[in-house]
Design a binder for this molecule. Structure first.
Ligand code: SF4
Length: 432
């Protein structure tokens, strides 16, 4: 979501004449768009500001703006602690960044803008065209969360659930497709909680997918991140009825132990999660899943951990994320006693080894077979391309007749734990 937000921030500041630069010494404004999910996020921001300060020691001071969830969580504390920071802007206020820069230039005073003004944000953003032109483009449809998992900062930094108006999203999707997008990834902290009512008509995530499925030039649709409790039947049916919806779902479970799921306040148990997986497999036999796992959550025993590894083996998760629990200030879990570190490291290693072996097993299946790849980029200076399979696995391949944005059958000749390698058939025919 920060990638989407950063692009929108750029769309706004470019109206003031700002342009992106890779030469940091040339920049006269830095926007650090921050994420609060990772460990030590706040300290990392101060370190980065320290680096800017050092680089500009003998130069004119650039404007330094901290946006995103760290700005929201720390608010005026940041301005107090680091005088080099000029402005903090929360994730629901970044639509004001242009006006705030002008205000700062006029008044030369520090600015703290961290109100939850999400409705206004999207109303304002829709007035500025989305200039993103990637083959695979993100599109935010929903923000915030009302679930309050005990480990998570999102409900505090992004605020309560908000769903954008249905037709605002569809219009933005058309803009992205006109810009060149062939895949759209619908985004939300709790994306499948999307719900918007206009008059008598209620729209949910399935309504959006069905509408996007009709956009001719769009080839693939995905959405992330989902909560198991919001996997409703109408959404599950999209995996049967919408050919552009990719048969790959990121559905975090976090732990395979019901005791831990309850301690996390996840609002579902393992049985419920498995029942959703079963329904999806019945609807679409090709579907595969990925998940998130938190290891060493306070109270996790060896038995709880084994329940997690058993579940992973049973469901063959691909491309999954796993982390050792680390407390986020202000969340209920931050008050709990943390498990010892060496034990957590061992468990994480064991889990990641299992996930890796599943990934390798899966990648091996494609060897000497064709797989469907959406071409996203060409590597510089050679005839190699990058794309992804329907299951998000990265593919690097050679071709001498391929267009960015095409969906091709790529013959896979080798693999590693991260991805696949091969060639586009045309090259072989020509060579022969
Ligand atoms: S559902 Fe997701 S975003 Fe919401 S509190 Fe839980 S982990 Fe955080």
């Amino acid at each position: 979501m920060n990638e989407y937000d950063s692009n929108r921030i750029y769309d706004i500041v470019s109206k003031l004449g700002y342009k992106k630069t890779n030469l940091k010494q040339e920049a006269d404004c830095f926007v650090l768009n921050t994420c609060h999910i990772r460990e030590k996020a706040t300290e990392k921001v101060y370190h980065e500001v320290g680096r800017i300060k050092k680089n500009f020691r003998n130069l004119k001071k650039p404007l330094v703006i901290i946006s995103g969830c760290v700005a929201q969580a720390e608010s005026h504390e940041m301005l107090k602690r680091e005088n080099y920071i000029d402005m903090v802007i929360g994730p629901q206020s970044y639509h004001k960044i242009g006006d705030l820069i002008l205000k700062h230039q006029r008044k030369k005073e520090k600015i703290n803008e961290t109100k939850f003004d999400v409705v206004k944000k999207f109303d304002e953003l829709q007035k500025i065209s989305n200039t993103e032109n990637k083959i695979s483009s993100y599109l935010t449809i929903q923000e915030g969360c009302d679930k309050f998992c005990n480990f998570c900062v999102v409900p505090y930094t992004r605020g309560p659930e908000y769903s954008r108006p249905f037709f605002q999203i569809i219009n933005e999707a058309h803009t992205l497709v006109d810009n060149g997008a062939r895949e759209i990834i619908l985004l939300g902290q709790n994306v499948n909680a999307y719900s918007f009512t206009e008059g008598n008509k209620k729209y949910n995530l399935s309504s959006l997918i069905i509408e996007l499925n009709n956009i001719k030039k769009l080839k693939r649709i995905r959405f992330t991140t989902s909560h198991p409790k919001d996997m409703t039947d109408d959404l599950i049916n999209c995996y049967r009825d919408c050919d552009k919806l990719m048969p790959f779902l990121h559905l975090p479970i976090q732990s395979g132990s019901d005791k831990i799921l309850q301690l996390m306040n996840r609002k579902h148990d393992k049985e419920y999660y498995l029942s959703i997986i079963e329904k999806l497999k019945k609807i679409n036999k090709n579907i595969k899943f990925s998940s998130d796992f938190i290891i060493g959550y306070p109270g996790e025993t060896e038995k709880d951990f084994e329940n997690t590894t058993d579940l992973v083996k049973k469901l063959d998760f691909l491309n999954s994320y796993s982390f050792i629990f680390s407390p986020r200030p202000g969340t209920p879990a931050a008050q709990k006693k943390v498990n010892s570190l060496p034990e957590n490291k061992e468990r994480l290693k064991k889990l990641q080894d299992i996930l890796e072996s599943i990934q390798i097993k899966n990648n091996k299946i494609y060897l000497q077979k064709n797989c469907s790849v959406l071409v996203e980029n060409k590597f510089k200076d050679n005839q190699e391309y990058f794309g992804r399979t329907e299951f998000m696995t990265p593919v690097k391949f050679e071709s001498d007749n391929c267009k960015i944005g095409d969906i091709l059958n790529v013959q896979i000749t080798s693999f590693n734990k991260k991805g696949l390698f091969g060639f586009h058939k045309f090259k072989k025919e020509k060579a022969a």
